[in-house]
Design a binder for this molecule. Structure first.
Ligand SMILES: [Ca+2]
Ligand SMILES: [Ca+2]
Length: 135
């Protein structure tokens, strides 16, 4: 049993080191403006987001995210958020827009897993209620 338990810990510290490395190159690249480096920077940024996601996304968040993301494309649209929120109780269009704006921090109109996990972490009480309804 202890052997089984030690694996996720190792994985976690490996992630932490990787995140650290990528974060450093991220900082270095962001100070340079050449086109080549800026595309590299975009790539790094994506890798960085994936790593953040891997370290933040717990099994519980995954499960709740899956309930919201009904078409399974890996992001939550305004319509999917609306469907999910109506299951929790009635919400006005205004509340829906505000919730979307609050969670969708990069403003692309969709909630991705990083944004979702960040919101879950910031609102543990709310997420418990949500998990009860969708769990
Ligand atoms: Ca979706
Ligand atoms: Ca977004």
């Amino acid at each position: 049993m202890s052997g089984l338990l030690s694996t996720p810990c190792l994985e976690k510290s490996k992630h932490a080191t990787l995140i650290h490395h990528i974060h450093i190159s991220f900082l270095l690249l962001s100070s340079n403006h050449s086109t080549h480096l800026s595309s590299l920077y975009q790539q790094r940024k994506q890798e960085f987001r994936k790593l953040i996601m891997a370290s933040k996304m717990t099994a519980e968040y995954e499960k709740v995210f899956g309930r919201f993301d009904t078409n399974g494309d890996g992001k939550i649209s305004l319509q999917e958020l609306s469907d999910a929120m109506s299951k929790l109780g009635s919400v006005s269009a205004d509340e829906l827009q505000r919730t979307m704006a609050e969670i969708d921090t990069d403003g692309d109109g969709f909630i991705d897993k990083v944004e979702f996990a960040t919101f879950c972490e910031a609102n543990p009480g709310l997420m418990k209620d949500v998990a009860k309804v969708f769990g």
